[in-house]
Write a protein that binds this ligand. Sequence first.
Ligand code: ATP
Ligand code: MG
Ligand code: MG
Ligand code: MG
Length: 475
Amino acid sequence: MKSAEIREKFLKFFESKGHQIVASSSLVPHDDPTLLFTNAGMNQFKDVFLGFDKRPYSRATTSQKCVRAGGKHNDLENVGYTARHHTFFEMLGNFSFGDYFKRDAITYAWELLTDEFRLPKDKLWVTVYAEDDEAYDIWTKEVGVPAERVIRIGDNKGARYASDNFWMMGDTGPCGPCTEIFYDHGPEIRGGPPGSPDEDGDRYIEIWNNVFMQFNRDEAGVMHPLPKPSVDTGMGLERVSAVLQHVHSNYEIDLFQNLIRAAARETACADLDSPSLRVIADHIRACSFLIADGVIPGNEGRGYVLRRIIRRAIRHGYKLGARAAFFHRLVPDLVAEMGAAYPELKAGQARVADVLKQEEERFFATIENGMAILETELAAMTAAGNQTFNGETAFKLHDTYGFPLDLTADVCREREVTVDAAAFGAAMARQKEQARAAGKFRMAANLEYEGPETVFHGYERLEERGKVLALYKDG
Ligand code: ATP
Ligand code: MG
Ligand code: MG
Ligand code: MG
């Protein structure tokens, strides 16, 4: 089954259970300052859960564009390293706004997975929130999942592993205990069952989270009960596609294979297993969808996250041998894969490619010199047996060559080297302090670059503008 069919089947299944099919919302959250990018299907329904907004339906289903590259849920550093993480992905969800609760949510999920999708029951594992006896009993007594595959997990504060069965959208907002469904990809793959010390491996992959929305967490961390208990679920389309297409990694599914081939074509890379191709295929989705939704590469906030993702993709292309803009050429391939499901991508195609091309040309102007400095430093370090990359050099790379800190760190990580982030921060603070002492930056009291309009305002002499530009590039 192709991922496009899986998406369709999911929505139709929940439509047949009385859910309204609702379109994905934008990646740029509407009127929610607590959120960098849309990171879950429930975001567009936040106010419905909180009781501030009413809809003509009490059940909904969506396929939601999500980006997790900053904020509370950030998977940027996982991309290229795990089989299951993307920066951009599609979250399939069903929602109950004060309508059904635990029993129906669980039985719908089980019916879809085992009847409709025909997944083998003995490969499915379940986790429930430690104290949630009700969910535990539904799974073990009503659905009939053997107790050895139903695992109770707490909020794990301070535990070394990541499993967490209390879902929160961010530091504040709707939240509640959850139950999650995992698929066992088999003993050839490293990793232990959920809740075990080795769960970070990719053998047991979490495919579906069912959240029982019950609280609104405020800034002080106090939980206020929601007006009505509700349900919010999220299943990664790419993860369930991998299961249904009998492959292990998300990057092996139909949709990604085409993008990976396109990335190989544009970088003239012969090794289709190269992690760099996976990163490029991942990043073209995030960058194109973000631009289609109105984000522009820049030096602050959302625009800076976008710029960092674009530059990481370019750096991977550079590693494969690309020496000129290539990334924007993947846009038509992406539109061919996803334009039908997301018309805004097709409509924005020309502009997306244009924005990417400009940003690429800009970075290709400095990447070669920057990489040379980076490589020289790494070689000197290796010779000296040093594992920590100099923070001053990282700052120079950032300041003069447009290398975001995370890009330098990404290169270093491939050599098992870490960047001295504290020294980087100190170098940046020092430079900003100097600029301020020189009276050049009165308006930027918070030491953040505030965008060209603000920064250049009031400067008469060109050379001074030039200096400020050089100082605050990417800051
Ligand atoms: P993981 O533990 O694997 O990082 P998560 O617990 O952070 O996943 P949730 O916040 O519960 O994920 O999101 C609901 C579902 O969305 C997950 O069960 C998974 O199928 C999917 N998902 C989450 N993050 C990603 C990602 N970065 N890329 C692809 N799919 C994802
Ligand atoms: Mg996660
Ligand atoms: Mg998880
Ligand atoms: Mg989860």
